[in-house]
Write a protein that binds this ligand. Structure first.
Ligand code: NDP
Length: 230
């Protein structure tokens, strides 16, 4: 049975990943910051008949990530979806008005959070010769010429670099690592004007993830298969 670990699974893309993998019969370990308030995820767990379990997870907290990994135990993990993300707050656009604490938090959530997951689940991924997929953003592309959103952009660029380095370092273990951009999707983060539907987008990303081979490790791809500029 395929085993999947997902961060930020209580809403948005993470919830969709959890629901869809569970509906396909995978064993899903879903992380949420506040499981008691994760109503939709808990409902999905109930309907999954034991296939989906919900675990407390704050990716900015080492101890929380380690506790999540302990709860999963030594089971091989085929796919880790490092999905949890934070958009960075309002004060990241203008010189003279940068919230540096929020900037550091954004880096910890988006970049270090994924690294913490890779670190904690490395043994499980190694046993399964699994896939570590980090949900990134086109806004982390250094080739992108637009401005503002310093914290979010920097955190996703750092995430991309971490994935690229992991891809190199974990190749000999048979672990595929790749940053995957979801496009612009209607979620709390993407907002109501986003052109893409979450369920369709996740379906497409899952289809692509399933097809990833070692030659895809370290590639920066978009949900629709386009190669993105670093
Ligand atoms: P949402 O804002 O809808 O959901 C974000 C999820 O991340 C929530 O479950 C949230 O938990 C969780 N999260 C945030 N911080 C932490 C943390 N410290 N520890 C654990 N979980 C945390 O966003 P989306 O579903 O839209 O985004 C999912 C991913 O896709 C993110 O990485 C985002 O950057 C990326 N992305 C999304 C795009 C879009 O258009 N939607 C575009 C490009 C990239 P909680 O409910 O507790 O806050």
């Amino acid at each position: 049975m395929t085993a999947v670990v997902i961060s930020g699974a209580n809403r948005g893309l993470g919830l969709e990943f959890a629901r869809q993998y569970a509906a396909d019969g995978a064993r899903v370990f879903a992380g949420a910051r506040d499981p008691e308030k994760a109503d939709e995820l808990n409902q999905a767990a109930k309907e999954s008949d034991g296939g989906l379990s919900v675990h407390p997870l704050d990716v900015t907290d080492d101890a929380s990530v380690r506790a999540f990994a302990r709860a999963v135990g030594q089971a091989p993990v085929d796919v880790v979806i490092a999905n949890a993300g934070y958009f960075g707050g309002d004060r990241q656009h203008r010189l003279g008005d940068i919230d540096y604490e929020a900037f550091a938090y954004t880096m910890s959530a988006n970049a270090l959070g994924a690294l913490r997951l890779a670190d904690a689940f490395y043994p499980n991924l190694k046993t399964a010769r699994g896939k570590f997929i980090a949900i990134t953003s086109g806004m982390g592309s250094i080739s992108d010429a637009s401005g503002g959103y310093y914290a979010y952009r920097a955190s996703k660029a750092a995430l991309n670099m971490i994935c690229r380095a992991l891809a190199n370092d974990l190749r000999t273990d048979g672990i595929i690592c790749a940053p995957l951009s979801p496009g612009w999707v209607r979620t709390d983060m993407g907002g109501p004007s986003a052109p893409q539907d979450a369920a369709d987008t996740v379906r497409e990303m899952r289809r692509r993830i399933a097809k990833y081979r070692m030659s895809d490790s370290g590639r920066f791809l978009s949900w629709d298969g386009r190669e993105l500029d670093w």
